[in-house]
Design a protein around this ligand. Structure first.
Ligand code: FEO
Length: 389
């Protein structure tokens, strides 16, 4: 079993999930990894575990280095089961180990998942733990991604074990940023941020100065590649992702039954483009909602279109809006559009959902009776061009 040494005595012992294509609804077209790290010191320490079905892979990697029964500490930076799912399997072998977790949400969460029988050591942000030659310092990062989250910093090695933060869903046999295509790693980091951390951008903005204050030569997240050659780049990206400042971009997202709403989407896109705005069209029959979120993160305008089906919007559009509302993007201008035959409830429903997203709804819904004529489309394009000047 391959084991990769980050620095002398510190190993990557996690697992690669090559074939996962849905991570609770987020499409993982490049698979995923669940990273865990083993520190060999006077106190042998495992930082995070893996998703439960991958515990055997993790244990084989650990066993290639030491007898797992010698583990003294298992640091759980985050209760979510992609990182804690391997705890029962490792604790069966490491019978004397203590689980280090945040007080109180980490402790409560782990007990709810795995029971109260283990030795737990609850810690707070600012606490530290001596392993012998090395120290672990804990930094609370609540809501990045759950209330329990923390990151663990080892000052002697200048490694930040960042858990979900700075992660990417990216399966590869390589472990470091400089061994893979950087554009892919960054695109996956963006998609990860947009789909997992976007609602918590304010907390992220508060965490970045803390990260920048640390002397770091590796950021070892719990998903994807370890950052060692592009640390400043990924930290700068996180500043950019979380700053809430939109760019002159427009996302035109729609589904259509008989192409009328689709024709409107094209006219709207042309209207934005006329002002130099980078506009993109997303047909919800062809694009997954989690892929669209990468563009939503920094867009200024969101136009959402649906015809009316059975007195409602199309289910694809409802799904997109439900997901969008949950991710709570900030500082967006939006409007609804679509064609209708008689009731037009679909378009009104879209408009209501955009308001529920707390967007700045900049126009009344553009509702087209049946089929737009070329002059209807020209008028729509002109109106959108005026709106987005
Ligand atoms: Fe990768 Fe929030 O778990």
């Amino acid at each position: 079993m391959n084991t990769v040494e980050l620095k002398p005595g510190i190993y990557a012992v996690g697992a690669v999930d090559w074939n996962v294509r849905s991570f609770h609804g987020y499409t993982t077209n490049r698979g995923a990894t669940y990273n865990a790290y083993l520190i060999i010191d006077e106190k042998i320490t495992l930082i995070d575990t893996v998703k439960a079905p991958f515990a055997e892979e993790m244990i084989r990697r650990i066993s290639a280095i030491i007898d797992p029964s010698k583990i003294d500490y298992v640091v759980s930076n985050h209760v979510e089961m992609d990182h804690s799912g391997g705890i029962p399997a490792i604790m069966k072998l490491a019978t004397n180990a203590t689980i280090v977790t945040t007080a109180a949400s980490g402790l409560d969460g782990l007990k709810a998942h795995y029971g109260s029988d283990y030795n737990y050591l609850p810690v707070k942000g600012g606490d530290s733990l001596s392993l012998g030659k090395r120290t672990l310092q804990f930094v609370a990062t609540p809501m990045l991604h759950w209330p329990d989250n923390m990151v663990t910093y080892c000052p002697e090695e200048k490694i930040l074990f960042s858990n979900d933060a700075f992660g990417q869903h990216y399966a590869t046999s390589k472990r470091f940023d400089d061994e893979v295509d950087l554009d892919i790693a960054m695109a996956e980091a963006l998609k990860y941020y947009a789909n997992i951390l976007m609602p918590y951008s304010m907390q992220c903005s508060k965490t970045i100065p803390v990260v920048k204050s640390l002397d770091i030569d590796m950021i070892a997240p719990s998903h994807g590649v370890i950052w060692r050659s592009h640390i400043a780049d990924i930290v700068a990206k996180y500043e950019y992702f979380s700053d809430g400042k939109p760019e002159p971009k427009a996302c035109v997202v729609y589904d259509s039954m008989w192409h009328s709403t689709e024709k409107m989407a094209h006219a709207i896109m042309e209207g934005f483009a006329r002002n130099g705005i980078t506009a993109k069209l997303f047909d919800l029959k062809e694009n997954h909602i989690s892929d669209i979120m990468s563009d939503i993160l920094k867009t200024e305008y969101i136009a959402v279109g649906s015809p009316t089906l059975n007195n409602n919007m199309l289910p694809t559009v409802a799904s997109f809006l439900c997901y969008l509302k949950g991710l709570a993007p900030k500082n967006k201008k939006a409007f609804a559009f679509g064609s209708y035959g008689w009731g037009g409830q679909g378009i009104r429903g879209v408009n209501q959902e955009l308001m529920a997203c707390k967007f700045d709804v900049i126009a009344e819904p553009f509702a087209q009776l049946y089929i737009p004529t070329p002059s209807d489309l020209d008028a729509l394009e002109n109106t959108v061009a005026e709106l987005s000047k």
